[in-house]
Design a protein around this ligand. Sequence first.
Ligand code: ADP
Ligand code: ZN
Length: 597
Amino acid sequence: MNQFYKNLAIWLIISLVGLLILTQLKKAPEDITLVRYNDFLHMLSEGHLSQTVSIKNNTITWYTSENKKFQTVIPPQNDTVDQLLKAGVNLEVQEEQKPHWFMQTFLSWIPFLLLIIFWFFFMQRGGAGGGGGAGKAMAFGKSRAQLVDTQHPEVTFDDVAGVDEAKEEVSEIVDFLKNPDKFTDAGARIPTGVLLYGEPGTGKTLLAKAIAGEAGVPFYSISGSNFVEMYVGIGASRVRDLFLVGKKNAPCIIFIDEIDAVGRHRSATGGGGNDEREQTLNQLLVEMDGFEANDHVIVIAATNRQDILDPALLRPGRFDRQVLVPLPDVAGREKILRVHGRKIKAGQDIDWATVAKGTPGFSGAQLASVVNEAALLATRCGNPTVSMAILDQAKDKVMMGAERRSMIITEKEKRVTAFHEAGHALVAWMLPGADPVHKVTIIPRGRALGLTMQLPQEEKYSQDRTFLNNNLCTLLGGRLAEEIVFSEVTTGAGNDIERASDIARRMVCEWGMSEVIGTLTFRPADPLHGQPGQIMSEATAQIIDAEVKKLVSAAYDRAKNILLEHRAILDAMAKALLEKETIGRDDIEQLVSEHRR
Ligand code: ADP
Ligand code: ZN
């Protein structure tokens, strides 16, 4: 609708300007010689003006025999006409040529018209819903189209893979949008609000679009963070606008991404409070409550922090249907890979099931980018199709960041990195309950100087204590190898240590894996989301610290023993890494068997 008025205004302005230019062009000056009045009198007395002379207002025009045009302007109240008559020239009196009355009125109205058009134009943008004056003023110059994104998606359920349960849950909404009267006639109450929740990149936006695409209705989307701006009142007026647009274009879908930006638990903000967010949230609740059964607007919101949402949002009549969009399992990953694989030239050797197995924990978005990266890589190398090897490279890139081969690393640093990674890999290799080592590399990627990649054998949804303890050992293996070989430590293990401490602390405080603490949770404070920590006594805090430390030291000792016992393999692995930069599972297998003999 907005677009229509915008186009209309633009065309009106263009045609007006065109008209103005045309009228100006018509008045283009001719080749006229202007003669002074006394010269004219002289010419008259000399008898030079033999041909017809025309008078129009106070201008006299005549032509010479060479057909040159002359003009003079006569002073008011004089006897020129008499003189002309006396001289016996052919006098032709012309009436003043007025522009057509229509043109004249039109031209004089142009500025006014322009004003009206502009006024209309800005009314359209400034928020039809009225709202605070501030809202209008601030929205000025910032097209609402940027905030509310209108689409008519062509995405269908076929494009969303690996989330069959979620699709099933929302399929009813598609039926409703396609044929709303059937439902309302039957007196059925269709949820107006649907909350999609799940990790980032699992396809929540995609699913919402697919609902609109399947039903063939428009899709209006806005991000929660767009609602919350510096100026109080804007968020609320934007919510009003959004719902107004939605109701006008029903049946349709309104999609609010990152709803947690507005809908965070009200107490979670702690002290000060945030008036703007609260107002926006209240407006959202008011709008959702104001829906009538025949409004035929479905509001879909997405979040990855469902736990921090204000309960008011989830009450009946609001976002009362919650649909989990989970990370895909191995079968789901294969389906997603196939969906995206359709868009590229896939080579004969591609086995999507194997790729799916090698990408545990990947989200749909990450899988999509693996396929896309592979296509890019293939093009860059001049390959006509994407091969399995290229897919593998692309997978590494998405998983660990782009290789930084250009990074300059000293020989010493390289050696330390080689031993560090070999330390991780060796410990992981020797621990039966740990994830198998898939690949070790000392090519810098992202911020890491090297990487040891482990791949679980099967999907895991929970982890046992043995696995976590092994994980601690593996994490500490890097630092330990440095210590053993160089009798010196570097900052390279910072991230490992941080992760190990985090795991150990959670084992004690969240997962009840310490006998001393027992099965009690001690949630730490979460300042980011404004959650205060659980209250505990000083004594408990000390016990927790001691328990965490105990877990880490035990892992440290175990890892150290492994490295000392298999020092020869450690050396051989580091040497292989320095030579080849990347070694795989087969290389390690061979290395280990050689040195065990
Ligand atoms: P979210 O909204 O959950 O963060 P998106 O819907 O924005 O995730 O996903 C981003 C992109 O990742 C999609 O456009 C799509 O290309 C891909 N993608 C994510 N999930 C899936 C899926 N289940 N099936 C197919 N593609 C997916
Ligand atoms: Zn490390």
